[in-house]
Design a binder for this molecule. Sequence first.
Ligand code: 6PG
Length: 503
Amino acid sequence: MPQQPTADIGLIGLAVMGENLALNIADHGFKVAVYNRTTETMRQFIDKNPNTPGGLIACETIEQLVASIKRPRKFIILVKAGPAVDAVVKQLIDAGIATDDIVVDCGNSLWTDTIRREKEYADKCKFFGSGVSGGEVGARFGPSMMPGGDPDSWKHLKTIWEAVAAKVDAKTGTPIETAQPGKPVVGGVPCTAYLGPNGAGHYVKMIHNGIEYIDMQLICEAYFLMKNLLGMKAGELGDVFHQWNEGDLDSYLIQITADILKQPDPLHKGEFLVDYVLDTAGQKGTGKWTSVNALDMGIPANSIAEAVFARCLSALKDERIEASKHLVGPKSNFSGNKQELIAAVRDALYGSKICAYAQGFQLMREAQKEYKWKLNFSEIASIWRGGCIIRARFLQKITDAYTRNPNLVNLLLDPYFNEQIQKGQANWRKIVSLAAENGIAAPAFMSALAYYDGYRAARLPANLLQAQRDYFGAHTYERTDTPRGKFFHLDWPEPTRPQLNIG
Ligand code: 6PG
C-alpha cells in the first residue's frame, strides 16, 4: 500500500533562502516535504534539523515530493529566477501534478514571466507568484511576503503565508522582534496580503527592490558627504546613524549601516572594515528592471534609475582610478558647523527618501492601469512595515497616507509628507549645493531634488523642447492659449548661420 501523503507543502530549492523558509514553515507546525537537485544538500539539511515542530520529509526525487503532499498540493519553488523556474515546473508536470495543484514561485522573478507562466501552465497547474523579502534572517524568522495570482489558490496559501510572515504591532506598526528557532512570534499583524492576480506580487516585489536600491544609495551618499566634508571616521559616523535610527529615519537599512560603520577591521587593529571594502557594487537586476519599466511606462522614477547607474559607475573602478589622475574638480573644503551639517544631511536624506517612495508608488499606480490590477497602496505599505529590507518606521506614515486617501496621486501631496519636505527642504538644498561646490558625486540626493522641483513646477522648459521637435521634425505642439489636444505646426524659417567676419 502506498503511504498516505502527509505534508502540508513542498519546497524545492534548498539554497540558504529555501532552507530558512522551510524551517520557518515547519516552526509553525506545518509539515514540509523538501527536495533539492543535489540530494546530498537535502540530506545534510534534514540531518541538521531532526526536530522541527511541523516536521520535514526528505524527498530524493520529484516524484517522491509529489507523492508526499496532501491535495490540492502546494509547492514553493526557490530557485534562481529565469529558466530554472520553468525547468522545475516542467519536472513537476512530468511527475504528474494535478490541475488544481498550486506551484508558487517565491524567487525574484520578473513579473512578466509570472504572467506568462500562469497562462502557459494553466491547463497543468495553478502557477502563482510571491515576492519574498528579508534576506536569510527574514526567510527564517519572518519575511514580508507579496503574493499575487489566482485568488482561489490564495485561499489555500493564506494560512501558511500569514503564519510565516513577519508580524508588526497592530497599533504602532512596529515589527515584533523576533522569533527563535522553534518559537515563532505569537500575535501581531502579518506582513503579507493578497495583492492581485497574475504578476501583481512579483511586480510589487520588484518595486520594493527598486526602492531598496535608492534607499541604500541615499544612505551611502549621506555617509560619503559627512566623511568627506567633515573628515569623520567610520565609527563616529556609525554613531550618527545609530542616533538617526531613533527618529523618523528608523529603519532596517539605517540600523545595519550603523552596525557596518562601527565594525572593526579583522586585519587592521584600530581600523574599520568599511574602509577596506572595495568601492564597487554588484547587482542582480531587479533595480534595472524597475528602471526599464519606468522608462517603458514613461514614469519619472529618475532617482531609482540613478541608484542603478550609481552602481554601474562604481563598477568602473579601474577607469575611475585613471580618470581621477586627469579630471580636476574642487577639493572638499568645509569650515561650517559640524552638528548643523549633520542635521542638514539628515534632512536631505529624509526628503530624498520621500521622493524615492513617491516614485515607487507612482510606478505601481501606472502599472495597475496597464495590468488592470487593483493594488491597495495602504496595504502594500503596511506589509513592508516588517520583515523586508526596506522596513522602516516611515512605512506606517505611508500606510496612513493611503488610508486617508486611497486615490492619492503622489505621496508628495499627502499633508504629512508635504509638511516634512517643507521643514527639511532648505537643508536638503544646502546639501545638494555643498555636494556640487565640493565636487562630491551625490546623484541620488540631486536627482530626488530635481524630481521634487520638477514635479511641483507648473511650467517646465518643455515648451522650448517641443518647439525644437516641431522645428526639425514637424512633431507639432500644443499652445497655452488653445484647449489641450489641438496640435499646431509652424513652417519654421530655414536655419540661419551666423556670418563670421574673419580677417
Ligand atoms: C530582499 C532583497 C533580496 C536580494 C536582492 C539583492 O528583499 O530580500 O531585495 O531580494 O537581496 O535581490 O539585489 P541586488 O543583488 O540586485 O542588490
